[in-house]
Ligand binder design. Structure first.
Ligand SMILES: [Fe+2]
Ligand SMILES: [Fe+2]
Length: 408
């Protein structure tokens, strides 16, 4: 049985099924393993992660009297916290549909990829950062997000091992703008937020590729090297012209946590700026949803649920709620099961609620067969979503169904 326990109750002999935190915070590269090495236990206890899932059939159970949660209990808590986050959301009617915006977004995305690659490569060669070209791009990304945020955000998830850092920067730029809009920020702030997202990981340019893209477990020294990127980036930006204060702050503090267990300055909820809190959330979300050559990345709906699970201590609750409203509980592209037992894919948000999007129904679980696709606005029918489903489990190519393909 899977049980969620506090990391402080971990002991040797337990089978660690999953760590409740992003893989950027710990050096383990295997998702599940038996805790047999005292050094691994020490790393786990010190890495700042609060909770973990253990499999009591494959290893030791927690000591009697230890607090734990079953899968169902955990799922119920997560769903109710997401529903709370989503109350009274006014979903704006987008001036352009996702389908109409996607081609436009793709062009801007391709341009952004080239410009950011060039800018980062110059940083790697020790040159000062040139902001002119990317500044215009941030405006274009902002405009695309104003027309329809989901088009650009869907494209932003697709990355390869080689272009990951560049496209992650573009994605965090777009997420920061979308989150800023959700929080009602003005155009000047949105511009700074976009620049901050674009530049937050520039310090990675001074870390060797072999370390950055290492698929195996990092040594302590390599892990420290990776963790030096906020400060290295800040130094780079400090020496460049025209970089706003917000970008310096987000670059240095996007790996801080509200419980004071982040790095490099161990700030907390009181001392972190609002923008650093926003950066921390957008950064983790993009990292865990990214499709890379060696890992598939979580679907947005799954990622939002994982982050809700880790939220306490890690992210600022108010900013996280605003982020849930930005991404949605069932973002476009999510595979969902309906009360009518049919499977559908979310096409677009609609109406005044995040739980009643427009979906394309295409599969009957009763008949275990495809059915004629039908587009349904759930805000106008009695059918409703029961839960999000794992597309891998069903073997569907959702990208084909939603029309979102990888950037070239
Ligand atoms: Fe980072
Ligand atoms: Fe990042």
């Amino acid at each position: 049985m899977l049980k969620k326990i506090n990391v402080k109750d971990a002991r040797l002999g337990m089978y660690l099924h999953e760590i409740c935190g992003s893989w950027m915070e710990h050096p383990f590269w295997k998702k599940s393993f038996e805790l047999t090495d005292a050094k691994d236990l020490k790393t786990l206890l010190e890495c700042g992660i609060k909770e973990m899932w253990i499999d009591t059939e494959k290893g030791l159970d927690a000591m009697p009297g230890t607090q734990g949660q079953t899968r169902e209990e955990s799922r119920e808590n997560i769903e109710s916290s997401l529903q709370q986050a989503a109350v009274s959301v006014a979903i704006p009617i987008e001036p352009v549909s996702m389908r109409e915006e996607v081609e436009n977004a793709r062009k801007i995305h391709n341009k952004a990829k080239d410009a950011v690659t060039l800018m980062f490569q110059e940083a790697r060669m020790g040159k000062a950062i040139q902001l002119d070209e990317v500044s215009t791009l941030v405006d274009e990304i902002n405009q695309s997000i104003t027309r329809n945020p989901e088009a650009f955000l869907s494209l932003s998830r697709l990355k390869t091992k080689d272009n990951y850092t560049y496209l992650h920067s573009v994605a965090v730029c777009a997420l920061m703008i979308a989150l800023g809009k959700q929080m009602g920020m003005d155009e000047l702030l949105l511009k700074d937020l976009g620049m901050s997202g674009l530049l937050h990981d520039v310090g990675k340019m001074v870390i060797p590729d072999e370390v950055l893209n290492k698929p195996g477990k990092l040594t302590d020294q390599e892990f420290d090297q990776v963790k030096s990127h906020p400060l290295r980036g800040w130094e780079l930006l400090k020496g460049s012209e025209g970089v706003c204060e917000m970008a310096l702050d987000v670059c240095l503090h996007h790996h801080e946590r509200v419980d004071g267990k982040g790095y490099p300055d161990r700030l907390n909820g009181e001392t972190m700026s609002l923008y650093a809190k926003m950066g921390a959330i957008c950064d983790v979300y993009d990292a865990i949803t990214s499709v890379r050559s060696y890992k598939s990345g979580w679907e947005p709906a799954e990622a939002i649920r994982k982050m809700a699970e880790w939220q306490e201590g890690h992210f600022d609750a108010k900013v996280f709620h605003a982020f849930v409203k930005t991404i949605g509980i069932y973002p476009s592209g999510t595979l969902v099961k309906l009360k009518s037992t049919r499977l559908a894919v979310v096409i677009e948000q609609s109406g005044s609620s995040l739980i009643t999007p427009i979906v394309k129904v295409f599969f009957s679980t009763k008949a275990n067969a495809h059915i004629n696709p039908e587009i349904i606005d759930l805000s106008k029918t009695i059918d409703s979503i029961v839960n999000a489903e794992d597309p891998q489990k069903w073997g569907f190519d959702l990208k084909k169904l939603t029309g979102i393909q990888a950037a070239t």
